[in-house]
Write a protein that binds this ligand. Structure first.
Ligand code: COA
Length: 162
């Protein structure tokens, strides 16, 4: 698997799984019916933000991630990031590889820490993956997320120093 910077030519490969993940409404605080234009604008970050894709040797896009400043001005030394792995390629290390890549990119970019703003507490694979990459839950917004099956559940803020 290769992880590289994404460009707009990758969007047609990202959009089908991104749409599926967002429409499921279980992991992202996005409008579940987000339009393609809005989704593209949200996923492709303005510099110094970056967007990455993980690709198979045959060029198949397996997943994508983005990163950038979590806040601006005096808060701009903390990075944030988002991840989506195509469901048919989940569970084979793509998320972990993207996570490690994003952490390296944030270190290289001079950020002091990384913060995830909205990790749904029932998203146990994500919470477990981020913990294993050194993140800890620094707070949980009670009932911050309305899960389509589990109802109101907590939203974790997760953090690790770089
Ligand atoms: C969360 C997500 C990014 C993980 O990516 P992935 O490629 O499936 O994860 P990996 O294969 O790298 O697995 C990493 C770890 O997650 C855990 N994990 C993965 N799939 C799991 C599952 N179905 N159940 C429980 N744990 C699981 C394992 O502990 C694994 O650890 P290991 O590397 O020691 O085996 C991916 O499933 C995804 O895009 N989900 C939908 C969107 C989302 O939740 N994004 C993150 C929002 S915070």
């Amino acid at each position: 698997m290769l992880i590289r910077d994404a460009d707009l030519a990758d969007w047609p490969a990202i959009w089908p799984f991104l749409r599926r993940i967002v429409a499921a409404g279980e992991t992202y605080t996005w409008d579940r019916a987000v339009s393609e234009d809005r989704a593209r604008a949200l996923w492709f970050k303005e510099p110094p933000g970056r967007t990455f894709v993980a690709v198979d040797p045959d060029g198949t896009v397996l997943g994508s991630a983005n990163m950038g400043r979590n806040h601006s001005g005096p808060g701009s030394h903390i990075a944030t990031a988002s991840f989506m792995v195509a469901p048919e390629h989940a569970g084979r290390g793509v998320g972990r590889a993207l996570g490690e890549h994003v952490l390296d990119a944030a270190r290289a970019g001079g950020y002091r820490a990384m913060q995830f703003n909205a990790v749904v507490e029932t998203n146990t694979s994500a919470v477990g993956l981020w913990r294993s990459l050194g993140f800890e839950v620094v707070g949980t917004l009670p009932e911050g997320f309305q899960h389509p099956v589990k109802g109101y559940v907590g939203l974790h803020i997760m953090h690790r120093r770089l």
